[in-house]
Design a protein around this ligand. Structure first.
Ligand SMILES: CC(C)(COP(=O)(O)OP(=O)(O)OC[C@H]1O[C@@H](n2cnc3c(N)ncnc32)[C@H](O)[C@@H]1OP(=O)(O)O)[C@@H](O)C(=O)NCCC(=O)NCCS
Length: 191
């Protein structure tokens, strides 16, 4: 195994469908992340916002992943641009999902589920007891995804997005418990 292969193995986690999840680096922005982001949100994050978030990974307050496909039917090295990304912001013993986006060409193939599983694993590893997020009222697909992970609506932030659209605040508690580990194991086995 080459040095590069060893580094890739150390830095990445295998997902389903030949996916490789790896820590987001600044160079990933022009290699798929900004492209995916531009399709995902009416007000996408700018390169500057991503750079600032990535810079905070070192202090332990953030965690960002990209998803790429493996070549060679799932066994080869990761190839092509990032097709999805997601991230967490850690506060006290809670994790906040800051972003989760998948390129339109790659949707409904389990990429977001794989990213969410990896984010959950990291939140649990960091001893978070709960995780939370905001989602657009109109993003019913994303709400379906979050429901799978045990998120339930806990409130509404009025005109949260661009002073126009409401956000549903969702929470998922007790993520250190055995029930949650079983939920994640079930999701790991999906697809
Ligand atoms: C929401 C988003 C991240 C989902 O990504 P994805 O990779 O297509 O999701 P997955 O394939 O992992 O879906 C997992 C499950 O979530 C639910 N789901 C995801 N997208 C859905 C949709 N459009 N409609 C209904 N359910 C959906 C389903 O239960 C799905 O399981 P299934 O395909 O077996 O039925 C993607 O559509 C996206 O980037 N949207 C724009 C950005 C966005 O809204 N992000 C969330 C902001 S809070």
């Amino acid at each position: 195994m080459s040095v590069i292969e060893r580094m890739l193995r150390r830095d990445s986690a295998s997902g389903p469908n030949g996916l490789v999840l790896a820590p987001m680096r600044k160079r990933d922005l022009k290699d798929g992340v900004l492209e995916t982001e531009s399709h995902a949100y009416p007000t996408p994050w700018s390169p500057r916002v991503f750079q600032s978030e990535i810079e905070q990974v070192g202090s332990g307050s953030r965690y960002y992943l990209t998803a790429r496909r493996r070549s060679d039917g799932g066994r080869g090295r990761p190839t092509g641009p990032s097709i999805g990304h997601g991230g967490l912001w850690f506060t006290a013993d809670e994790a906040h999902v800051t972003n989760i986006a998948v390129h339109p060409d790659a949707r409904r193939t389990g990429v977001a589920r794989a990213l969410m599983i990896a984010l959950a694993d990291e939140a649990i590893r960091r001893e978070c007891v709960a995780w939370t997020l905001e989602v657009r009222v109109s993003s019913t697909g994303a709400q379906g995804l979050y429901h799978e992970f045990g998120f339930v609506p806990a409130g509404v932030r009025k005109r949260y997005y661009d002073n126009v659209e409401d956000a549903i605040v969702m929470w998922c508690h007790d993520i250190q418990e055995g029930d949650y580990a079983r939920r994640l194991d079930h999701l790991r086995g999906t697809r």
